[in-house]
Ligand binder design. Sequence first.
Ligand SMILES: [Cu+2]
Length: 157
Amino acid sequence: MEAMATPTEQRAVTLSDVGLDTQNKATIGRVLATGKIEQAKEDSDGRMSATIRIQPDQLVFEPSVLVLPHGGQVELELINDDKNTHCALLPSNGDSQFIWLVNHSRGTATLSLDGPGYYWFSSPTGNDEGRGLTGAIVVMGDTPPEARLDRPTQPRP
Ligand SMILES: [Cu+2]
């Protein structure tokens, strides 16, 4: 006869409580988007740049959330510190960009991201994105008036 499960309430847990903070504990990789959150560097002319690394043995991007203070072009450097080959599928206006990253290699890409909002990036090869190698680029800023939803003001609770 199957053992009865111990009843538990819904409760707050930490990543380490449930073993989602390290590779090959509860899952193959660390739970997605649990890496650092960093803001891109910005030069006096408004050009933005950032470096994103693939950590060894964790299947996680560092930072896994990259914040852009405004829309525009960002120069991304990607460094694969892992022993496995990865790649990066990156969002950009018009068309995504794809970079192969053999182990211990680096690649660069210039992305154009106009609209404020969330954009995801990942390493789709070998289902790494399904195992946690996914990150987000967040473009700050207000939705341009022409892109705002034309709807009546919503009643507040
Ligand atoms: Cu990969």
